[in-house]
Design a protein around this ligand. Structure first.
Ligand SMILES: NC(=O)c1ccc[n+]([C@@H]2O[C@H](COP(=O)([O-])OP(=O)(O)OC[C@H]3O[C@@H](n4cnc5c(N)ncnc54)[C@H](OP(=O)(O)O)[C@@H]3O)[C@@H](O)[C@H]2O)c1
Length: 327
């Protein structure tokens, strides 16, 4: 079986490539000229260099594949247009290319995000029936990409997978939390009573492949996530224990988060990199509940996490240590 993987050079995509290779799939990766192949260059992979706006080059990538795992996406951009071109337009062009080039594709697996749906509004975890209510440009662009998938559900065998926050080796986002904890500090937003769904990348990849290989998943959307919801105090305690560190908690009032975000967003106008914290990101991280339910993926796919949160964090910290990422 030949699979095309987009976003293969990224955090989630590179783990997906490794697992699909281990399972015996023939791997083709869609990469760009600027792609950094660091995590996947040791594997026997066919590379197709593409530009997502060039439909002819996309034709070469999708030719004769049985599965498409569309992992590519923009999680940080300076502008709304950056999110839209990387998340919505790239997905739309890829879907159109698949549609025009191969009718007997076994599956197109689209990696979306909980951000497409939005946070839980009343503390009740969101699920697959919750109406879209994204609160950031990133979320809106992921929602629009999902809508493009939904529009073509009767013409292509599509499955949408929505991860919540993902952590694990190679991640550079939640890494900031682990690195700060390693310095003996835990910044807490407000009173620290925010809850998140959080999944280790190994379990996410297993869930993505489970959805890709299950015929019942055609035309369906699934949250693949942790069963439990965690608050940052609890995650801090587990991390401190594994690191053997005494950690000082610093409570940062929400108003201060927004002030820092405004300053950081203004400063980023003079840089070509997106701000690490901006007003939208502040709106995102100050929500009380980013939680989702996995009842549907448990029931229909038999999805279960294999790692406890302690095991997942330990594996992640070991990897950061081995790679000298903990400063
Ligand atoms: N990480 C999370 O916590 C999380 C949570 C929920 C959903 N997701 C979704 O999971 C997917 C992968 O996320 P990730 O964390 O692995 O991200 P990542 O490490 O930043 O990797 C992103 C991948 O997408 C490609 N890409 C970036 N910008 C692109 C653009 N403008 N056009 C085409 N390809 C582009 C990159 O390829 P190059 O090497 O060519 O730059 C890279 O391979 C995304 O769709 C994201 O929305 C992630």
């Amino acid at each position: 079986m030949r699979v095309l993987i987009t976003g293969a050079t990224g955090f989630i995509g590179s783990h997906l490539v490794e697992e699909l290779h281990r399972k015996g799939y023939q791997i083709r990766c869609l990469v760009r000229k600027s792609s950094n192949l660091e995590w996947i260059k040791h594997l026997p992979i066919e590379y197709v260099h593409c530009d997502y706006s060039d439909l002819a080059s996309l034709q070469k990538a999708v030719a004769n594949v049985d599965y498409v795992y569309h992992t590519a996406g923009v999680t940080k951009a300076k502008t709304k247009a950056g999110y839209f071109s990387g998340n919505y337009t790239a997905t739309k062009n890829l879907l159109q290319t698949v549609l025009s080039s191969k009718k007997d594709l076994k599956r197109f697996i689209h990696i979306s995000s909980q951000a497409a749906v939005g946070p839980s509004l009343n503390g009740e975890p969101v699920n697959e029936t919750t109406p879209f209510h994204p609160i950031t440009s990133y979320g809106v662009s992921k929602m629009e990409a999902e809508k493009e998938c939904l529009r073509l559900m009767d013409q292509l065998p599509i499955t949408i997978v929505r991860p919540p926050a993902v952590y694990g080796p190679r991640d550079r986002d939640i890494y900031a939390f682990f690195n700060t904890m390693n310095k003996g500090l835990q910044p807490m937003i407000g009173f620290g009573n925010t809850y998140v769904s959080l999944i280790h990348v190994k379990d996410l990849v297993d869930g993505i492949i489970l959805a890709g290989e299950n015929d019942q998943a055609i035309g369906q959307t699934y949250f693949i996530s942790s069963e439990k919801h965690y608050n940052w105090k609890e995650l801090g305690e587990i991390t401190a224990c594994i690191l053997h560190k005494k950690v000082i908690r610093i409570q940062i009032p929400i108003s201060v988060i927004f002030l820092i975000a405004a300053i950081s967003e203004f400063s980023s106008l003079f840089s070509n990199k997106p701000a690490l914290l901006n007003i939208e990101k502040a709106r995102d991280i100050t929500r009380d509940y980013w939680t989702c339910s996995i009842e549907k993926s448990k029931r229909e796919l038999g999805f279960r996490e294999s790692l406890t949160i302690e095991e997942g964090i330990r594996i992640t910290l070991d990897w950061y240590r081995e790679h000298n990422w903990l400063k």
